[in-house]
Design a protein around this ligand. Structure first.
Ligand code: NAP
Length: 283
């Protein structure tokens, strides 16, 4: 029987730490501010943006929300980003993805000042992660590292297998594990004999986006299993991992919901705090 990695618990600990620091900064006359831009009506994005606002408010972080219509042009969005880049009270800028068709996502990402890019998607921040000298890490992989650390799960020398190679999860996840001296394999849809590879994993991270994708026969006895997936199975929120069968083989496992999800927002708050400290010469 495995031990549950409780993302709610760890995220609360992280948020408490942030709240105390934000309050300390306030006493010195320094504020922490995040601008969140949402273009269009995507229902999932609306929920994410609302949750980010709620988290800011709970921690004393100033939050500004910009809700733009679906037919916003790339130029209009770039204009807003330019204004926010120059706005002193805004330390972090986040443009909720995916953007509607017709807006060039990479152009928008490139327009956010790297020092305000709290999602860490700007090529400059991506490059910094690659060389291991970074201020911001994409929130989901950062949250996973925080959870592993909280549970004293050692990465050094371990076989780490990441399923998924997206720019926001899979690739940065692999890099962070590598920086902690894991022996990392990144798998994707063209990987041959996936199960053979995953069966060698001491730490297995699944970021595929398919319900019931990781079955017990793909998991080594005693492995640490991190489920990034957020899927719907008959309307019910679930991850990539067949939790009920894998939990009996894993040493540690994250549930969905209540695992990686809560950590993502906590790490966004952490990146925003870091941005404020950097911009105010405290780091
Ligand atoms: P994505 O961009 O769609 O990437 C999915 C990855 O899975 C791709 O690299 C793809 O390979 C790989 N893949 C697909 N089918 C596969 C197969 N049969 N075998 C092996 N690999 C396969 O997704 P993402 O943005 O990284 O997100 C992944 C999941 O995490 C989604 O469910 C998303 O909702 C969730 N998510 C959760 C959080 C959170 O806070 N909990 C945050 C972000 C994302 P190719 O590159 O070859 O296509």
């Amino acid at each position: 029987m495995s031990k549950l990695i409780d993302g709610k618990l760890v995220s609360c600990a992280v948020k408490e730490r942030i709240k105390a620091e934000v309050s300390e900064l306030k006493n010195k006359g320094i504020t922490v501010g995040l601008a969140v831009i949402l273009v269009g009506e995507d229902p999932a994005s609306k929920i994410y943006v609302a949750n980010k606002k709620k988290a800011c408010e709970a921690l004393g972080i100033i939050s500004q929300e910009y809700l733009l219509p679906e037919n916003t042009t790339t130029e209009e969005l770039l204009e807003l980003i330019d204004t926010l880049n120059h706005e002193k009270t805004i330390n972090g800028i986040l443009c909720q993805l995916p953007l509607p068709k017709g807006i060039d996502e990479q152009t928008v990402i490139n327009a956010i000042l790297p020092e305000k890019d709290v999602d860490a998607f700007h090529p400059s921040n991506v490059g910094k992660i690659m060389i291991g000298d970074y201020d911001f890490v994409p929130c989901t992989p950062a949250g996973i590292m925080e959870m592993l650390d909280y549970y004293n799960i050692d990465i050094c020398g371990k076989n780490c297998v990441v399923i998924g190679r997206s720019n926001i999860v899979g690739k940065p996840m692999s890099m962070l594990l590598l920086h902690k001296n894991g022996t990392v394999t990144t798998c994707h849809s063209r990987t041959n004999n996936l199960s053979e590879v995953t069966n060698k994993a001491d730490i297995l991270v699944s970021a595929v986006g398919k319900a019931n994708f990781v079955t017990a026969d793909m998991v080594k006895d005693g492995a640490v299993v991190i489920d990034v997936g957020m899927n719907r199975d008959n309307g019910k929120l679930c991850g990539d991992v067949c939790f009920d069968e894998v939990k009996d083989k894993a040493s540690y496992i994250t549930p969905v919901p209540g695992g990686v999800g809560p950590m993502t927002i906590a790490m966004l708050m952490q990146n925003t705090l870091t941005a404020s400290k950097k911009q105010n010469g405290l780091l």
